[in-house]
Design a binder for this molecule. Structure first.
Ligand code: FES
Length: 196
């Protein structure tokens, strides 16, 4: 068994032992979650693996399940990791070993149930909610979404990711899903490279 898979499982088991208490659902926040505090977080049952082994476990995600064949030709159903709640072992694996290429949980029909999203108590481990993907994705989407507006409660109009708890920098919030940037005051798209 790989070290990162073991550490991931141990970390999640510890969090699951916590009581729900007054935990807030992170999707309802209007400010960034506090590092060290516990929140209710949507999780999906998925598989983590490397060349040596694999393990199924709960993985924190943000936003609904979707595919992206429309603009960026990504036809596989998936959900995006909520990197703020991802256990260090898996986070390090993704960021260091895969150079951020694996930033979403694919729907893998070979992984047994449960299939539905489940809310679980997880500790916020980092403030980062950056878009970890390829900027060319975002640029392709900018052309398709040029006239779109941020939905109420700061929901991204592309695939419905909640942005209420995403950092606002210079009046702009960046969607961690596919990198579209939105002017919070006007709700309009704020293209990459443009001055807010
Ligand atoms: S959900 Fe795709 S850019 Fe926001």
């Amino acid at each position: 068994m790989t070290q990162y898979a073991d550490a991931l499982a141990e970390g999640l088991a510890a969090e699951e032992a916590a009581t729900l208490g007054d935990c807030t659902f992170v999707g309802d926040l209007e400010v960034s979650p506090v590092v060290g505090e516990r929140y209710l977080v949507d999780c999906v049952w998925g598989r983590v693996c490397d060349c040596a082994s694999q393990r199924e476990t709960w993985l924190p995600v943000t936003g609904p399940r979707h595919e992206d064949s429309e603009v960026i030709k990504f036809k596989w159903w998936h959900q995006h990791y909520d990197l703020r709640f991802l256990q260090p072992a898996l986070y390090d694996h993704l960021v260091v070993r895969t150079s951020h290429a694996l930033y979403a949980v694919l729907v893998d029909e070979s992984v047994p149930a449960p299939r539905e999203t489940s809310r679980r108590v997880l500790r916020c481990l980092r403030s980062q909610l950056d878009f970890p993907g390829d900027a060319s994705f975002a640029q392709a989407l900018e052309r398709a979404y040029a006239g779109a507006c941020l939905r109420p409660c700061r929901v991204c109009p592309h695939r419905g990711l909640p942005l209420g708890s995403a950092p606002v920098v210079g009046g702009v919030v960046e969607c961690p899903g596919h990198g579209l940037r939105w002017d919070v005051a006007t709700g309009r798209l704020s293209p990459r490279g443009a001055t807010p």
